[in-house]
Design a protein around this ligand. Structure first.
Ligand code: ASP
Length: 325
């Protein structure tokens, strides 16, 4: 009898261990809700590499599902099979979309398992290289002289570049024509080519271009100046007179709602392990991003944080009167 009991216990332990090791049993896809080559995509590709290690070399691929300010990609993951093999890397757009889209096809808080945050990414205000304004004071004057003719690129309603651009227009009291793209990688191409004037974008997309002197760089969107070598000479918009201007793009990882708890736990453990990778941290820091490694890696804390972000940005967006159907 005692022996049978031991045998059953041993079999049970083996079964648990086997099922724990069974995940992931096929390639994992990280859906990026923006175009390839942009900031979210860059973070996802770096993250895929460290997650692969955390998943015992299981393949991790990145799929770009850009459009509609990130809502198409988020929706795809909301409706994906909840087996942990389809993940979403998204950002502050998780919190801006509910206020912007009258018919958002998913429920931000109800349709996802929250796995944890990944990083905080500051933004920069940049301009086309041919813009006749070398610094922010000159830009202010150029904007005053060119009212009604200025355009501003973004990655669609709800994107970080949209939110930042909205706050910038409000703070400057200048209306600009917004030009939406499927991500800020194609928007950057048009900034470089001179087809659009200005863009507010994550440092993970702009630091290289700024360092190479390929774009005009006017300011950072954080309250404190940045220490990243490529960006440390840039003033903050706050110090330039746009008091309180502060936009930092947090990024988080999500799975479809209904993903079994043991898999959510394994994904969270893999994320924690991945974010400790010194190479990953170094690469992100070189582009101005700060990888998180604290309580924000706790799924419950991250979900509470997103809920608070929805409450924070909703009224700001509604006040601007912008909606999409
Ligand atoms: N930077 C984009 C945004 O404005 C997203 C992207 O292309 O990664 O949200």
């Amino acid at each position: 009898m005692i022996q049978t009991h031991h045998l059953l216990a041993a079999l049970f332990a083996t079964a648990v261990a086997a099922s724990a090791h069974a995940f992931p049993d096929k390639p994992v896809t990280i859906v990026v809700p923006f175009a390839a080559g942009g900031p979210t995509d860059k973070s996802a590709r770096d993250l895929a590499e460290v997650l692969r290690k955390a998943f015992n070399n299981q393949t991790v691929v990145v799929e770009n599902v850009g459009g509609a300010g990130g809502t198409l990609g988020a929706n795809k993951v909301a409706k994906a099979s909840p087996d942990g093999h389809t993940l979403l890397l998204h950002h502050i757009g998780m919190a801006t979309a509910p206020a912007l889209y009258r018919k958002l096809p998913y429920d931000t808080l109800g349709d996802f398992e929250y796995l944890g945050m990944v990083s905080d990414v500051p933004m920069t205000l940049i301009g086309r290289p041919s813009l006749p304004a070398g610094n922010f004071t000159e830009l202010r004057k150029w904007m005053a002289d060119n009212k009604g003719k200025i355009n501003l690129a973004n990655a669609g309603l709800g994107a970080a570049s949209h939110l930042c651009g909205l706050l910038f227009q409000q703070a400057m009291a200048v209306d600009m024509t917004t030009v939406p793209y499927k991500g800020t990688a194609p928007a950057m191409t048009d900034i470089l080519g001179g087809q659009v004037d200005l863009m507010c974008d994550q440092t993970t997309n702009t630091s290289g271009q700024i360092e190479a002197g390929k774009v005009r760089a006017y300011a950072v969107t954080t309250l404190k100046p940045l220490t990243t070598p490529a960006l440390r000479n840039l003033p903050t918009l706050d110090a330039l007179g746009l008091k309180g201007f502060n936009v930092v793009v947090w990024q988080g990882l999500y799975a479809p709602k209904g993903t079994p708890k043991p898999i959510v736990d394994q994904l969270n453990a893999a994320l924690r392990q991945a974010l400790k990778d010194p190479e990953f941290i170094k690469r992100q820091e070189a582009m101005g991003a700060v990888v998180v490694n604290d309580s924000r890696l706790n799924p419950v804390d991250h979900k509470n944080f997103v809920e608070a972000e929805i409450a924070k940005w909703g009224p700001v967006i509604k006040a601007a009167g912008q909606y999409a159907d």
